[in-house]
Design a protein around this ligand. Structure first.
Ligand SMILES: Cc1cc2nc3c(=O)[nH]c(=O)nc-3n(C[C@H](O)[C@H](O)[C@H](O)COP(=O)(O)OP(=O)(O)OC[C@H]3O[C@@H](n4cnc5c(N)ncnc54)[C@H](O)[C@@H]3O)c2cc1C
Length: 408
């Protein structure tokens, strides 16, 4: 029996929501995407490590692209010693793209008429045979099921699983972008053609080249993207970092222009003290570093009746596995497959949950293991010893942002 055409409401018009819309439309369903932001989300600039599985998923929903055109290709990885010498290398070709590049590609495949901006979900009612979503602007939408693709602080999750909350992992990431042209020749030589690391005790700096602001990938016109993980205890160091210029305490991240100058100065001084010289230079020349608390989010269920959670709304892993985008897309693809295989909607969603929840949990567990040595607290001596195994240069190069089959 051919599957009936469903009307599917997707909340969140970012990576997970747009990809799910593409996958579900391909199965013949009508999809409406509701995004809280009033405008397109283009401005988010973070670097994204890609995997062959990510490209396979994008092809599965009919997107045409040449992987090499999506970003900067590197042949492998290296670790720098504290003095800036090359302490180890590993061949591992990868394409390093940006969040905005992937977003634009996905968005190009979704008809404008299916995208509704300025729609912040307030509530979803799961009624017999369908769902009704209520938005902050007073409008409502009815459908056969609702997909919560509304990210880390998901309103959908807040309603169906209020106890599932992000947990602070005990360390933060300083992130930044530097124009390659603003770096000295020796620093460009060390950093700009590799995925590179520097490993001070209990910390991790990594970097990779990404396209320039105009998408240029030619050497000299690219940018260097860095992420510096540092412990920050929840009771004192974290609140200090997240207290802004006006003394206002932010919760888990802080707008970059609100970071206090003395916090930035201390971070840059630490970079000179702790990091290989090319990294100290990159940090010093990054015009506006930004700061994020690292979190774990795990949900006990991805499906409840006719409501499901995908992407970061369901599971957020520490960034070390570099799987957030691939996982979000794989959730959408699995949902489309589950609905094609099972005519009863709640049963199809339960089947989706059974397939994807173990994968989400595996990604979280893997990322936790890779990042445990950076935690400021909460590890027993035995756990700390196990955690240290992931800090060796060979392990960091072999394990960071690598998509092993159990994570897909
Ligand atoms: C330091 C760091 C490095 C990372 N590196 C990588 C990497 O190398 N590779 C990788 O794959 N991933 C990486 N990630 C993770 C990746 O960016 C995310 O996993 C991915 O963007 C999640 O997509 P999403 O669509 O699920 O959520 P989001 O992108 O958070 O989107 C949620 C959307 O929902 C909207 N929304 C929220 N609330 C509502 C509401 N009430 N109503 C309507 N809309 C709403 C939001 O405006 C937003 O557009 C990294 C993350 C971090 C922090």
């Amino acid at each position: 029996m051919a599957r009936e055409r469903l009307h599917i409401l997707v909340v969140g018009g970012s990576i997970a929501g747009l990809f799910a819309a593409l996958a579900l439309r391909r199965q013949g369903h009508a999809v409406s995407v509701f995004e809280r932001s009033a405008t397109t989300l283009d401005g988010r600039g973070a670097g994204i490590v890609t995997h062959p599985a990510l490209f396979a998923l994008m092809r599965e929903v009919g997107l045409a692209f040449v992987p090499d055109d999506l970003g900067v290709s590197v042949p492998g990885r290296r670790v720098l010693s504290p003095s800036g010498e090359i302490a180890g290398e590993r061949a591992l070709p990868q394409i390093l793209t940006s969040w905005g590049r992937i977003y634009r590609l996905l968005r190009s495949g979704v008809p404008e008429a299916d995208l509704h901006h300025g729609k912040a979900l307030l509530r979803v009612d799961d009624r017999a045979g369908g769902v009704v979503a209520a938005f902050a602007d007073g409008t409502q939408a009815a459908g056969d099921l609702l997909v919560g693709a509304d990210g880390l602080f998901s309103a959908v999750r807040g309603q169906i699983l209020p106890l599932a909350q992000p947990l602070y992992a005990g360390y933060v990431a300083w992130r930044g972008l530097v124009e390659e042209a603003d770096l000295s020749a020796p620093t460009r030589d060390r950093l700009c053609d590799r995925f590179a690391f520097c490993l001070p005790p209990g910390e991790q700096m990594l970097s990779y080249p990404v396209a320039g602001a105009d998408e240029a990938v030619t050497p000299g016109r690219r940018r260097l993207n860095f992420v510096w993980y540092r412990p920050a205890a929840a009771e004192d160091a974290l609140p200090r970092l997240l207290t802004d210029r006006d003394g206002i305490r932010h919760d888990l991240s802080i707008p970059p222009h609100r970071i206090r100058p003395e916090v930035l100065d201390a971070m840059r001084a630490d970079a000179h003290r702790l990091l290989a010289p090319p990294y100290a230079e990159a940090v010093a020349r990054s015009p506006q570093p930004f700061l994020q608390a690292i979190l774990d989010l795990e949900t006990p269920a991805m499906a409840m009746g006719r409501v499901i959670l995908i992407g970061d709304a369901a599971f957020v892993a520490r960034p070390h596995v570099g799987m957030g985008v691939t996982k979000a897309m794989a959730d959408g693809a699995a949902l489309a497959r589950a609905l094609a295989a099972e005519p009863d909607v709640p049963a199809a969603l339960a089947a989706f949950d059974a397939v994807r929840r173990p994968v989400g949990a595996a990604v979280i567990a893997r990322a936790r293991a890779l990042g445990a040595y950076m935690q400021a607290q909460g590890l027993s001596p035995a756990e700390r010893e196990a955690a240290e195994r992931h800090r060796r240069p060979e392990a960091v190069m072999a394990e960071t942002a690598v998509a092993t089959p159990d994570l897909l």
